[in-house]
Design a protein around this ligand. Structure first.
Ligand code: TRP
Ligand code: SF4
Length: 403
């Protein structure tokens, strides 16, 4: 099992809901490319996740799956160092999701911040569904089935990794106990005296049923105060609290992606919903046109007006693409009206085109050879399934599903 494997395993998924752009490249893909050199990496197309929000118009998913894989490969994700696959090609994810759903308290899912946030944000979609509520748990299954201990995610996904840890802990607590573990814990609880034992049980319940972290802290403090408990009993009850016992599922940690807020063409974060993107396969003429026409300091109407880079979206792109000398040249030239905005933008145009050139060349190779792309995914899915089956086998076993 992965939990006794010494090398770290990294897992991450991406929803196929459209073409990838420079925001994905700087925010996610460059990070994956770095991680694949160091760790055992599994990267997958999260098609079922996309369905939780796009079940009414799934065609976008089918259109995006292979294009997204091409974008990954073109960006430099290497099938020689990472396993690439499609979630629905590894149906074991669904079985683990089902089994985990048996022991996951509803409150844990209702409290995940993205549940309410996304419902508010995507008002045009009906997200009062079972699938949408459960999707963070599906994500937990994605992670736990590979025994992944590192999950690169953005800020918005940290709560999902946190949920995954709690589900793993609860699972290990329920099914990973050693013989007699529970009886020993019960005996230790009694040694605390009636009042404290009752309090401990209440805190345990509050944590396990409502995921109340404060309850764990209070219980830890309570245990620390118990002079009449032997250290071994105290440790036992600490472990009991956190679902101690044998570790069957590995608790992952989030690898918070370095907050790359890649600016879009309007200075807001680059995102499809803001219509301010440059896609990885954008034609060079269109890249040029988009950058030439992007807004600048609104106070700089004429070439002779001095400008202020701090209020200009182009300046934000210089933070990504330009070195100190270039930035000094821009700042000085802009505020003294020594340079024009087109000259200023030309540096960005050159950098973006240089960055996209090798990506687009590789993309063209893969576009011409769809069989190769399919073979890569097929192989990745086979490797993923082997690992997933092993985990699921053990899960079935400890849950008593072997007849
Ligand atoms: N939920 C993630 C997103 O919306 C995608 C995802 C699915 C994922 N399963 C995952 C990310 C497992 C990391 C690990 O972006
Ligand atoms: Fe913006 Fe550059 Fe024009 Fe200054 S010179 S306003 S930084 S585009």
């Amino acid at each position: 099992m992965a939990s006794i494997n010494s090398t770290s395993r990294v897992l991450s998924g991406m929803r196929p809901t459209g073409r990838l752009h420079l925001g994905h490249y700087h925010g996610v893909l460059k990070n994956w490319i770095r991680l694949q050199q160091e760790f055992d990496c599994y990267f997958f197309v999260a098609d079922w996740h996309a369905l939780t929000t796009h079940y009414e118009d799934p065609h976008i998913i089918a259109e995006s799956v292979w294009e997204m894989v091409i974008d990954w490969l073109a960006a430099g994700v290497n099938p020689g160092s990472a396993q690439l696959f499609i979630q629905s090609h590894v149906p074991e994810h669904a079985e683990l999701h089902l089994l985990l759903s048996m022991l996951t308290p509803l409150g844990w899912l209702e409290r995940v911040p993205s549940y309410k946030d996304q419902q508010e944000k995507l008002r045009e979609r009906d997200l009062a569904t079972y699938g949408f509520l459960g999707y963070p748990l599906l994500q937990s299954a994605d992670i736990l089935i590979y025994g992944a201990d590192k999950v690169p995610v953005g800020e918005d996904q940290v709560a999902h990794v946190e949920l995954t840890r709690e589900v793993a802990r609860r699972f290990n607590h329920l099914y990973g106990r050693e013989q007699g573990y529970e009886a020993a814990a019960e005996a230790a609880i009694k040694k605390m005296g009636k009042k404290n034992a009752k309090l401990y049980r209440e805190l345990l319940k509050r944590y396990q049923e409502q995921g109340d972290h404060q309850a764990v802290e209070v219980a830890q403090a309570l245990l620390a105060e118990q002079q009449n408990l032997a250290l071994s009993d105290r440790e036992r009850l600490l472990g009991f609290l956190e679902g101690g016992g044998r570790m069957i599922l590995t608790e992952p940690s989030a690898l918070l992606s370095p907050a790359s807020k890649m600016p879009g063409l309007d200075g807001q974060k680059m995102s499809k919903s803001y219509h301010n993107t440059i896609s990885l396969r954008e034609a060079p003429e269109d890249v040029q046109e988009k950058l030439r026409t992007m807004p600048t300091d609104p106070a700089r109407v004429r070439r002779t007006d001095p400008g202020n880079p701090d209020v200009c979206p182009v300046w934000q792109l210089h933070q990504v693409y330009s070195d100190d000398t270039q930035k000094a040249w821009v700042r000085e030239g802009c505020s003294s009206a020594g340079i024009g905005c087109l000259e200023c933008k030309q540096l960005i145009i050159d950098s973006v085109l240089a960055e996209l050139k090798p990506i687009q060349e590789r993309a063209r190779d893969y576009e011409r050879d769809p069989g190769r792309v399919r073979a890569i995914i097929h192989e990745g899915s086979e490797v993923a399934r082997d690992v997933a089956r092993q985990t699921l086998d053990e899960v079935r076993q400890v849950m008593g599903l072997k007849y």
